[in-house]
Design a protein around this ligand. Structure first.
Ligand SMILES: Nc1ncnc2c1ncn2[C@@H]1O[C@H](COP(=O)(O)OP(=O)(O)O)[C@@H](O)[C@H]1O
Ligand SMILES: [Mg+2]
Length: 254
């Protein structure tokens, strides 16, 4: 992996950074176009750093739609999601709309700006949930963070906004250095689909084969599967605050 590097706009046309800006492969017209688009946003510099990588270059993250890096904007460091050339999306309109709806509920990194190939949002400086769990073993702190995540999912459920990829929570739950949890990637979110945020996150955190489920089993004790399934069924059948709290108690109770 190459060392982290800060690259100014004028130098983004050069490899290897050009092919990260236009992942997975740069072409001269697209590069010019994207550098200009960044200039219009007021971005002056990109920072290639982070625990993930794209073609051996450190980045904040990479998915099927975007590569996420740090951008310097008006003296601040922000997250820049760059549309992959091979993404099956033509722009960031939908994601920006969904993220702003989530923001209104106090969920997700704060939206900043969007254009055809880029979306800017609050930089979450921290770790993916499983890495965070591996490095934080204080039971009360873990409970606080997980209750927060479940409450965020509850608010999304109540407002009819389904995230769509909570089941892939390994990549979509981040915890920052102040131990605040963030749900990211509203790219596949929907306001028409049935909402399953709470049940999906519960399955991922407490029932699946994820590393998270294993660690939480160690911290809170393995809950009997049948009881968890019962509480989830109850919640699905009668989605109300009381049953949500019952679920919280079941998953994160003493
Ligand atoms: N605002 C952010 N701050 C820090 N890291 C982020 C932010 N948004 C996304 N990431 C990281 O980048 C990865 C890819 O972003 P994501 O929005 O999931 O892209 P995709 O739609 O391609 O899956 C995420 O899994 C996460 O690790
Ligand atoms: Mg994603």
């Amino acid at each position: 992996m190459q060392p982290p590097k800060t690259v100014s706009l004028e130098n983004l046309g050069e490899e290897p950074y050009a092919s990260i800006l236009c992942y997975p492969r740069a072409n001269p017209a697209e590069i010019r176009n994207r550098i200009e688009e960044l200039r219009l946003h007021g971005v002056k510099v990109l920072e290639f750093a982070g625990k993930a990588h794209a073609s051996n270059i450190p980045v904040l993250g990479k998915g099927y739609v975007g590569v996420v890096v740090i951008a310097h904007l008006k003296g601040q460091r922000v997250a820049l999601k760059m549309r992959r050339i091979d993404a099956d999306r033509t722009d960031f309109k939908h994601e920006a709309e969904m993220l702003q709806k989530a923001n209104a509920l106090g969920v997700g990194p704060k939206f900043i700006a969007e254009s055809t190939n880029f979306m800017l949002s609050q930089l979450i400086d921290g770790d993916l949930i499983e890495t965070w769990l591996e490095t934080h073993r204080e039971k009360e702190l873990i409970r606080k963070v997980l209750v927060d995540i479940m409450e965020q999912c509850w608010r999304l459920d109540k407002s009819g906004l389904d995230h769509g990829e909570i089941s892939k929570a390994t990549k979509h739950l981040l915890v920052d250095k102040d131990n605040h949890a963030f749900i990211v990637d509203f790219e596949t979110a929907s306001i028409v689909r049935k909402v399953i945020n709470v049940t999906s996150v519960c399955q991922f955190l407490f029932m699946g084969n994820s590393r998270a489920a294993k660690i939480l089993g160690e911290v809170f004790g393995q809950k009997p599967k049948s009881e968890l399934i019962g509480a989830l069924k109850n919640f699905k059948k009668n989605t109300n605050r009381q049953n949500f709290e019952g679920l919280l108690e079941m998953c994160l109770g003493a």
